[in-house]
Design a protein around this ligand. Sequence first.
Ligand code: AHR
Length: 551
Amino acid sequence: MLKLGRRTFVSDVLATTTAYLLVPRSVKAADARIEILLDEPIGTVAPELYSHFVEHLGGVVYDGIWVGEKSRIPNYNGIRKALVDNLKKLKPGVIRYPGGCFADQYDWRDGVGARDKRPTRVNFWADTKYKTTRAYEDMEGGPQKYESNHFGTDEFVSFCKMVGAQPYLAANVRSRDVRVFLEWLEYCNAPANLTTWSTERAKNGYAAPHKVSYWGVGNESWGCGGDLTPEEYATEFRKFTAWLPTYGVPLKLIGSGPNGGDLNWTRKFFEGLALKGGRQIAKLYGWGLHYYCGSTGQQIANEYTENEWYDLLERANRMESLVTSHWQVMGEFDRERRVKLAVDEWGAWHKQDPDVPPGYLYAYAGTLRDALISGINLDTFQRHADKVTMANPAQLVNTIHSLFHTYEDHFILTPNYHVFEMYGAHAGATAVRTDFIAPKANFTRLDAQRKEIPASLWGLQGSASVKDKQLTLTVVNPHAKETREAEIAIRGASVKSGAVRTLASSDIHARNTFANPRGLEPTDALLTASGATITYKFAPASVTRLTLALS
Ligand code: AHR
């Protein structure tokens, strides 16, 4: 069993990790160590790290959320009841809407007023091919292709209210001018019957202002949002935000940030803002980083080898260096650290499930691998609670890294949902520094020439937070087969009692389907260990939450 003093612990990490690799597998003593440093707070875990994203894309809005008031599917004023009831339990922070790429195509005025009078438009995603292993097929008609506008601003804000989330709207920078943005603000936030647009809102049945604080200024302006250079986007951002009426609602503006590791986008944008002085940077609340880890060769979500399991987990883990590298560049311009990162699109992007209709773009229910990816990302954000103010997996339902999968009256929770439910205990708590050492998980990755190259991922990783003498420790064990026994040392307190919740399976492809909706669910156990150092065995291929009462 390994014993390390607090002082030697950090400096010995590398050496120790190497030493572990030499320990024969038959040695069953604790082979890992987690050190929780209660006296090294990082920051408050913003409840907005548990936020979501909804775009008019595929089956997200039409069917996933909006089923219509006359639907045989149980609903609250047209909004899918099962979705509301289950999402509410997660205490969602904010919900971002209406996109994504769709946002820079959208005119909010199409989506308010009498539903039968709203115009039909071609959706941004209309020409996207439905990629299955079988063929490339065109999507059929319907609201996924021809936007009916039956779900618009008022329906979205009502949905947010039902689940207890704050709305976050994304303004169209590519194809509408500043005035349309100002009028949307007016429609949402001006007191009733004060202006033409607030009178219109009251007429539509919403006398009380929607009080929308979070506003995105464009989306992926480096790509679908206009193919701009960072310098051009900085100019647009300044123009869009030069004067904004607040109506007494504090505005939190989020800039269209980088594509993954594009540090040049961050640097040149901040440089472009700074050209007009520090006041410009102060206007920005969050810098919207987007990062997707896609499956190798864009495979179907539940088809992968053990090497591909690790490969994708390792790619997900790159969020760590994305957060720290962009943060460093932001600091070159924002010395006072007023601007935080808003990772408003993240997740694993696979190929569409061939069994869902063509219009349900990128829809699949995900597997245990996606659940570990959720854990890896959420732990990363929590370890950087001082830098990340918001995070939104893409997207809430029926596309990419979703928490829910629906088709007509079928409705299931995906493995991602369970991780969000388990990790929610961190929200609002104080993240504390936590160090992990464990033997690495080694695997083989194919390079562009399909040559095998050795690769590795850490053996255990996670995050810890404290609130009211309760410590929450969440941990991912990526190893497909090996249990990791870890000594958990709590510096500055002692464990009185505890409970464990685990999402794991001996099948790394475990998942939920319409036919077997509870194929993968968390299990609970009581923890018998107590004291300043406890030992716990982390199951292979698992996400675990330890809830520890401290004295
Ligand atoms: O989430 C799907 C798409 O991915 C979004 O519309 C876009 O912002 C990103 O490229």
